[in-house]
Design a protein around this ligand. Structure first.
Ligand code: FAD
Length: 296
């Protein structure tokens, strides 16, 4: 089932829930991953996505894992795909393999520059921006397409306005949905949606939520992607100090508050960055008002 069909339920007012996983890097992590997947599936997400690693890391396992989750759990999956390190011909081969494996959806991305570098340089004969990848996939016609959007601006972008202009072009090139970068202040999302609509973006714009699991982790991630931590959330995390359990509970409360407001105010669904964990997601789903997640 392609993204467009997945998001049909939103039109009946049922929000679409997706979980994003990353391919485990070690045998031990894989063993843990295999236990976590059924726990996450039991929360009944509409689909799951699997990220695409940086060059030389876990790229091959993205396809394998996305195909396996779909096969073993009868749940729709999407494979992320970046322009990093691949020529156009190699991208075409990857897309052929994804199609043969039964994957119907791609999260199409440019990818980040290698660690230590600030500028993205495509390989010779490779794609320069995500829009180039989107155009190619759209021309093939066999995948649903999602792209990334940045409510607080992409870290390399000159301004939010130019970033939004490029996003509008990327959607026009053939994307079915936009999935946002994580944020902890919903105002950024609502303003972002307004600005996208002004630029003619009509597709679902799905908020990406990363429940905090530890203070150290969240400081690292927010710094990398330029996400602000609101003052009140920061004070709570400061007060928790090195107590990971306390930070975890703050993260669960924060996610519930954000998701509740987002869905009440009309977000088409939630894309959870679950970081290959299930405990926090179980708590969040137990405590979210049931009527928020089902059709009226
Ligand atoms: P683009 O849309 O190409 O934008 C990149 C930058 O170029 C922006 O600053 C934009 O303003 C600018 N730009 C866009 N179009 C043009 C143009 N035509 N001319 C000039 N400038 C332009 N990374 C991974 O490595 N693997 C993953 O699996 C992965 N999954 C992600 C999932 C989500 C939901 C999100 C939000 C991000 C994900 N990322 C992933 C990170 C992503 O690869 C990085 O944020 C990357 O730096 C930008 O990718 P993009 O697709 O947004 O690029």
């Amino acid at each position: 089932m392609k993204f467009n069909q997945c998001y049909q339920t939103y039109k009946d007012k049922k929000p679409v829930i997706s979980f994003e996983m990353f391919p485990p890097k070690t045998e031990a992590a894989l063993e843990k991953f295999n236990k976590v997947v059924p726990e996450l599936v039991s929360l009944k997400p509409d689909f799951m996505t699997v990220t695409y690693g940086a060059l030389g890391s876990t790229q091959d396992s993205t396809l394998e894992i996305a195909a396996r989750i779909k096969r073993e759990h009868q749940i729709e999956t999407a494979s992320h795909l970046t322009c990093v390190g691949s020529t156009r011909e190699e991208i075409e081969e990857i897309l052929n393999s994804l199609s043969e494996s039964g994957i119907e959806n791609i999260v199409a991305l440019r990818g980040d520059p290698p660690q230590g570098e600030t500028e993205f340089k495509p390989v010779e004969g490779g794609y320069r921006q995500a829009i180039d990848l989107v155009q190619h996939i759209k021309n093939r016609g066999d995948f649903g397409i999602a792209v990334a959007g940045y409510p607080e601006k992409h870290i390399e972008a000159e301004s939010l306005a130019t970033d939004l202009d490029f996003l509008a072009e990327k959607v026009k090139a053939g994307s079915d949905i936009v999935v946002t970068q994580l944020f902890y202040d919903n105002r950024y999302y609502f303003e972002f949606v307004d600005e996208c609509r002004k630029r003619g973006v009509e597709c679902p714009i799905v908020p990406g939520i990363l429940p905090i699991v530890s203070k150290k982790q969240i400081l690292r991630i927010t710094q990398l992607c330029g996400t602000n931590i609101p003052e009140d959330l920061n004070s709570k995390l400061e007060a928790a100090g090195d107590d990971d359990e306390a930070a975890f509970q703050i993260g669960v409360d924060q996610a519930i508050a954000q998701v509740t407001e987002l869905l009440e105010k009309g977000a088409p669904g939630i894309h959870f960055y679950v970081l290959n964990r299930a405990n926090h997601m179980k708590q969040i789903f137990e405590r979210l008002p049931a009527e928020l997640l089902s059709s009226p």
